[in-house]
Design a protein around this ligand. Structure first.
Ligand SMILES: Nc1ncnc2c1ncn2[C@@H]1O[C@H](COP(=O)(O)OP(=O)(O)OP(=O)(O)O)[C@@H](O)[C@H]1O
Ligand SMILES: [Mg+2]
Length: 295
């Protein structure tokens, strides 16, 4: 054990690439099964297709979906990193358009149980890896755990996915409430999925955003209205992402358009935001807070 710590300390002192500002996004929802994994995967692919360097991290604890949706069974996951300190770069896999991804497998909780040295090693690995990408997307599990909350509070922005169903909306509201209480400057965007009539989807967004503003003083932008599309179900069954399997499907078209608009808005000189600290720095702060609990 002592040897391992020693080894990690040595590796820590060896490589210290400063983290280039990659943009981190957590895709979250209140209720489960609303389409997070499919959105995240296909949005990531659409960004990659536009020439962006994208890393997708499957953080759905215990039931990572991304590898199933990709039809790939990976030999390595984030668990290998925790269990035997495998370099993060070793567990990164490559998908279509050069998309990089890391499959989940098991607990974020394990991360917060790491000792100080191991945790520093994890963060330095993260900084090194992140610096090679333009966008880092986190596919979060449904709802919130103490651990996933720490991750979400550390990102640059949150994409909130919901359907038009009231249950999905109230759960999404609860997520925004919890996060905005802890991080006032968090940036939120909303994606309404399984929309059948655009006007209705827009109405849902409009009522939701008004409520957020009225009761929480939080603003949320509309990122996309994603159509209900049978091709998505077919793609899931074939274990192939819809944007590569059915590029002409409506869902794929909307996804492509959403990625383009998103990139344009970012290029249009969106303010750097108040969140100047890097993802790793913020996560470190939350880890310390959690680690030195005194009451
Ligand atoms: N736009 C859509 N059109 C048709 N079916 C959809 C659409 N979005 C999602 N679905 C269906 O919902 C299922 C669940 O989607 P997905 O796995 O992406 O949800 P999730 O939010 O990641 O779920 P979990 O919370 O369990 O991780 C899909 O397999 C598909 O059958
Ligand atoms: Mg999922």
């Amino acid at each position: 054990m002592k040897d391992q710590a020693e080894q990690l300390r040595r590796r820590l002192s060896e490589k210290r690439e400063p983290e280039k500002k990659s943009h981190t996004i957590a895709v979250a929802s209140g209720k489960g099964g609303v389409g997070k994994s499919n959105f995240t995967l296909n949005f990531a692919l659409s960004l990659a297709k536009e020439g962006q360097r994208v890393l997708l991290l499957d953080l759905d604890i215990g039931m990572g979906n991304i590898e199933v949706l990709m039809g790939e069974s990976s030999k390595l996951s984030i668990v290998d990193f925790f269990d035997r300190s495998a370099p993060l770069s070793e567990i990164i896999q490559t998908g279509p358009y050069g998309l990089s991804y890391i499959t989940g497998g098991s607990g974020l909780a394990a991360l917060f149980e790491l000792g100080e040295v191991q945790f520093s090693y994890f963060l330095s690995e993260l900084e090194g890896v992140f610096s090679r990408y333009d966008y880092i997307l986190f596919d979060m599990g449904a709802g919130l755990t103490e651990e996933s909350l720490k991750f979400m509070l550390s990102v640059n922005e949150i994409f909130l996915l919901t359907t038009e169903e009231p249950t999905s909306l109230t759960d999404a509201y609860a997520v925004v409430k919890l996060i905005s209480q802890r991080e006032k400057d968090m940036k939120f965007s909303m994606i309404v999925n399984r929309v059948e009539k655009a006007a209705e989807g827009r109405g849902v967004y409009s009522r939701f955003s008004s409520a957020l503003y009225k009761f929480l003083k939080v603003e949320i932008k509309l990122l996309a209205l994603l159509p209900e599309d049978d091709s998505l179900r077919k793609a899931v069954k074939r274990q192939s992402p819809i944007v590569t399997e059915f590029p002409k499907a409506l869902f794929s078209k909307v996804m492509e358009e959403t990625a383009r608009r998103f990139l344009q808005a970012r290029q249009g000189g969106m303010p750097a935001g108040t969140n100047q600290a890097s993802f790793a720095e913020k996560l470190r702060t939350f880890f310390r807070k959690g680690g030195s609990k005194s009451g």
